[in-house]
Design a protein around this ligand. Structure first.
Ligand SMILES: [Zn+2]
Length: 276
């Protein structure tokens, strides 16, 4: 680009910034009118400046523009003596006579400022984007941890061996076996608690059943034996997701459990439809 007959990139940059003197600008305009190569170079440079201006709001600076700025900075930094001494040869507009030294003095600080501006803008945009994302993800993590901790606390209270379980009934009526099922069909998650269960022979167990709403066969939902006080629970037995329950039931089965419930039902509870 700097073969003496074309306008140097530095001059084009200064021209784009309207930093040349009136005479210099006129000379550049004259050359641009008949040189497509320099016009293209100027268009590219103006595009860079426009992108810098636009990117203040939201767009990251294109890598190409940033690299070109940095290359020019390092080029002017690495050969200071040469650039100082050979200035006239690089001044293409008016042969060699009076391209003033100050142009160099203006150029280098401007490039440094421009490069810093570009870096600051693109780093600022990047930092802001990362900050937004970090905020979002840490609040998400906090919410997950919160709901997970709450779920764990609920499960711990429901299933703790030391939990006090009180069943309230009408006065004078002896306590009856009772069961409570909490079921989330879309997760296949079931928590079942029973109280006042009768003791079983050694070779028998209680078995919990999920009776599907679609009329298909009862599904085994866990074996359990009550403690000395008649309490028992079944927490999150392995069940497929998405099975709507018509009801739950408890039977007495052989110790290894059964594939189908054996009459009679010890406990049976109607499951209200979700949302009601
Ligand atoms: Zn040219």
């Amino acid at each position: 680009m700097t073969n003496g007959r074309h306008i140097s990139q530095e001059d084009l940059a200064l021209y784009a910034m309207q930093a040349l003197s009136t005479e210099e600008s006129a000379a550049v305009r004259l050359h641009l009118a008949e040189c497509a190569l320099c016009r293209a170079e100027l268009a590219e440079f103006s595009g860079d400046l426009a992108l810098v201006a636009l990117s203040v709001e939201q767009h990251p600076v294109p890598m190409g523009a940033r690299e070109r700025f940095m290359q020019r900075i390092s080029a002017s930094g690495m050969e200071p003596s040469q650039r100082g001494a050979v200035v006239p040869i690089h001044s293409p507009i008016q042969s060699t006579d009076e391209r003033p030294q100050r142009k160099r003095a203006v150029w280098v600080p401007w490039m440094a400022a421009a490069a810093l501006l570009v870096l600051a803008i693109s780093l600022g945009v990047e930092v802001q984007r990362l900050k937004v994302r970090l905020d979002h993800e840490s609040s998400l993590a906090a919410r997950l941890a919160e709901s997970s901790a709450r779920a764990q606390e609920v499960a711990e209270v429901l299933t703790a061996p030391t939990a006090q379980r009180v069943v309230l009934t009408a006065a004078m009526i002896p306590a009856q076996p009772a069961g409570r099922a909490v079921y989330l069909a879309d997760r296949g998650a079931l928590i079942f608690q029973a109280n006042n269960l009768s003791r079983l022979p050694e070779n028998k167990t209680y078995e919990l059943w999920l009776i599907p709403a679609n009329g298909s066969a009862p599904m085994p939902a866990g074996l359990f034996r009550p403690d000395a006080a008649g309490n028992a629970s079944v927490v999150l037995p392995p069940l497929p997701k998405g099975v709507q329950a018509k009801t739950f039931a408890v039977t007495i089965e052989k110790l290894s459990g059964s594939d189908t419930p054996t009459a009679p039902l010890v406990l049976s509870e109607a499951a209200p439809a979700a949302g009601e």
